[in-house]
Design a binder for this molecule. Structure first.
Ligand code: SAH
Length: 346
């Protein structure tokens, strides 16, 4: 299997039934080769002698797909005339793979995510996933942007699920590429459910969640010995109730908020009322891992009173708690405010 070779100007002969061979065909075409196909050994019967008619000249590579047909006689005749490689057959029926794409950079895609992308016929992606370079990460898959774009709404969830199912029913391998981890505020279980309800084989590839990795991009650890031994991940999509503010404040660990910019003021005011100290540090990490990543530091008191975080925009991860003092470039007046970290073991 030749994954990344440049085959421009080369001719590749793919032997295999159309559906089983589609991935190999797409990949060699994607690598620049002129692809010729033979879908059944019978297409080559009646050829006299040791020649395989039409393919005895100018074929640089023969890719034999393990499609269950008996290609051995053909390969025998090609022996010594061209390089022969074995190719696995593409999955016979459609399938769906829900892939966590991490916080938006290719380096934080998992090995499993990369493999799923290479094998995809169609990729339905969000803009929080690493989407810029999908043409190179896939091998000629159809790429469908279902996320929000400037001036355009996101494709509604039920339509995404319908698209996934329709493509899979047509026999395709569908990758649903999502930001972070599919099961952290990612509607992953809904999409899994849609696949299961339609009787389509489905699997899930976990991803690096922004809840942990975006704070890390600012060198803020969500836990740190003797500083915080728990972290809670909250969605700021809808405002929390006073009871929830009290529970959160009462826990005493790190609070990580996703989708939290719109409700940030409400949350910080609620945590103040619930008894969190005004000196509690807050960091907002915007556009984690992008070149314009920024971290804004404040405290609960200053943010509530002077709106120091008012200019922040999504996508951003908010971190509330003592660990914020450890962040890179945390201003000295915040980092050293109460000396909470003094004496904390590394
Ligand atoms: N499933 C995703 C979260 C989806 S909710 C995950 O596990 O990461 C979308 C929220 O994720 C955004 O509003 C923001 O809070 C956060 N987010 C994702 N990527 C981010 C990034 N690169 N920088 C900052 N925030 C990010």
């Amino acid at each position: 299997m030749i994954l990344d070779a440049d085959l421009t100007g080369r001719t590749v002969l793919v032997l295999g039934a159309a559906h089983a061979a589609r991935r190999a065909v797409r990949r060699y075409a994607h690598a620049g080769a002129a692809v010729r196909t033979v879908t059944a050994p019978s297409e080559l019967t009646g050829v006299a002698g040791t020649e395989v008619a039409g393919f005895d000249l100018g074929v640089d590579l023969v890719a034999a797909v393990a499609d269950g047909q008996d290609w051995a006689p053909v390969l025998e005749r090609l022996r010594g005339r061209a390089l022969v490689v074995a190719e696995p057959a593409a999955a016979p029926g459609g399938q769906i793979v829900l892939v966590g794409g991490g916080p938006g950079v290719e380096e934080l895609l998992t090995v499993a995510a990369r493999r799923a992308l290479r094998e995809a016929d169609v990729v339905l992606y969000d803009r929080l996933a690493p989407w810029q370079n999908l043409a190179a990460l896939t091998h000629g898959a159809e790429l469908v942007d279902v996320g929000k774009r400037p001036g355009r709404h996101a494709v509604p969830q039920d339509q995404i699920e319908a698209l996934m199912v329709d493509h899979a029913r047509a026999g395709r391998t569908v990758v649903r590429l999502k930001g972070g981890d599919p099961y952290v505020f990612g509607r992953g279980r809904e999409e899994l459910g849609a696949a299961l309800a339609a009787g389509i084989p489905v699997s899930v590839v976990p991803g690096v969640t922004s809840a942990v990795s975006v704070p890390a991009a600012a060198d803020i650890p969500v836990t740190h010995r003797e500083v915080s031994h728990l972290f809670t991940v909250v969605s700021g999509h809808a405002p929390l109730s006073d009871a929830e503010h009290e529970h959160l404040a009462g826990l005493g660990g790190t609070i990580v908020v996703l989708m939290g910019v719109g409700t940030l003021h409400h949350l910080l005011a609620g945590l103040r009322r619930a008894g969190l100290a005004a000196s509690t540090p807050v960091a907002v990490v915007e556009r984690g891992y992008r070149i314009d990543q920024t971290t804004t530091y404040s405290t609960l008191g200053a943010a509530a009173a002077r709106g120091t975080l008012a200019g922040c925009a999504n996508p951003a991860v908010v971190v509330i708690g003592e660990v914020v003092r450890l962040g890179r470039d945390c201003p000295a007046e915040i980092a050293s405010a109460v000396g909470v970290l003094a004496g904390a073991g590394a």
